[in-house]
Design a protein around this ligand. Sequence first.
Ligand code: GRF
Length: 221
Amino acid sequence: MSKQHLKVAVLISGTGSNLKALINAVNQQGLELHIAKVISNRAAAPGIAHAVDAGIPVSVISHADYPDRQAHDSAVMNVLQEAQVELVILAGYMRILGEEFTHAYSGRMINLHPSLLPKYKGLDTYNRVLQSGDSETGASIHFVTAGLDSGPVISQVRIPVFANDDATSLAARLGPIEHKLVVATVELFCSRKVHYDQGRVLHEGQVIEQPLQLNNDGTFD
Ligand code: GRF
């Protein structure tokens, strides 16, 4: 692993398809990323298998084993501290983090969310998009701050909503595109082009007024 590789931890709770997309990008596209640790808060998360197959160390830190959020957060932070990562990627990590955690990793933790933030923070995004009659939706990646899904948005990708869509079809269409977004966005971190600065996103040294938009060809506007 070269010194330039960005050392990260990926936190998951479920399928781990975004983790898998990152692993594939490392193995097949030469993404300069070192996934030093995968942490799951669920022992049964299917995504753990992707990490095991790739030889990535996994820690299962089950929230059910801790008396409260703070105790569980502390256990996760201890493992992250040992791993000495530069960036924490929440990829389908279905836990709200306490303020101590978000503060400790301010500017060093990102989250994937399946909506065009600031719309539809929280759960059940696809049904909420459909109920609102929106003509498009998408996925966002943002820096994690204390508020749920509220930190500054780094990047987004958009897809149209069709008249015959349901939550299942929307999720199926967005999934592969969200994978492209996570790979392209993490690549910006690997090449040290994106930074956090006092609640703002810097891209190549400039504050961005709007999230970077991923194009079909994998580049950003
Ligand atoms: C993604 O849609 C992500 O935006 C959301 O949870 C899902 C995780 O999917 N936070 P996976 O576990 O990576 O397959």
